[in-house]
Design a protein around this ligand. Structure first.
Ligand code: HEC
Length: 123
C-alpha cells in the first residue's frame, strides 16, 4: 500500500467511526444503566432531581430527568457546567463513562404517565 492509499484508508476509517458513533448516540443509550443508577444515588443527583428522576427543588426547581430527551453530549455539558443551583461535576468526580451510565439510567426510567393510565383516577 503506498502512502496515499494508507492515508485514504485511515481517513475513511475515521469517517466511518465518526458517523457510526453519531448515529449510535441518537438511538439506544450506550451506557450501563445499572451502574448509572448506583452513581445517581451515590453522588447525590437524587437529592434534587428525585429518586425516580421525577424532578424536585432545592433553591430553584430541579427539572425531571426521567426519559430525558437530551443527547448525551448536551447532558454532559449540564454536568460539567452545573447551571444555577446545580453543582458542577468535573471529570475527576464523574468520568465521561460515568456520565454515559447515568444518562442510560435516566433514559430507562418510565417518566410521567398521563392520568388515564391510573385506574383509580378514572372511576
Ligand atoms: C443541589 C441540587 C442539584 C444536584 C445535586 C444536581 N442537580 Fe441537576 N439541576 C439542578 C437544578 C436547579 C437544575 C436547573 C438549572 C437551570 O435550569 O438553570 C438542574 C439541571 C440539570 C439538568 C438539565 C435538565 C434540563 O432538561 O434542563 C441535567 C441533565 C441535570 N441537572 C443532571 C444532574 C445529574 C446527572 C446530577 C448528578 C450527577 C445532578 N443534576 C445533580 C439541581 C441539582
Amino acid at each position: 500500500m503506498n502512502k496515499f492509499n494508507r492515508g485514504l484508508v485511515v481517513a475513511l476509517g475515521l469517517l466511518m467511526f465518526g458517523a457510526g458513533e453519531a448515529a449510535w448516540s441518537q438511538t439506544a443509550p450506550v451506557g450501563d444503566a445499572a451502574n448509572g443508577k448506583r452513581l445517581y444515588l451515590a453522588v447525590g443527583c437524587f437529592t434534587c432531581h428525585g429518586r425516580s428522576g421525577q424532578g424536585g427543588s432545592y433553591n430553584y426547581p430541579a427539572p425531571a430527568l426521567a426519559e430525558t430527551k437530551l443527547p448525551l453530549e448536551a447532558f454532559k455539558t449540564f454536568l460539567r457546567v452545573g447551571p444555577n443551583d446545580m453543582p458542577a461535576y468535573t471529570e475527576s468526580v464523574l468520568s465521561d463513562k460515568d456520565a454515559a451510565d447515568i444518562h442510560a439510567f435516566l433514559r430507562s426510567l418510565p417518566g410521567r404517565r398521563p392520568p388515564k393510565d391510573f385506574p383509580l383516577l378514572n372511576q
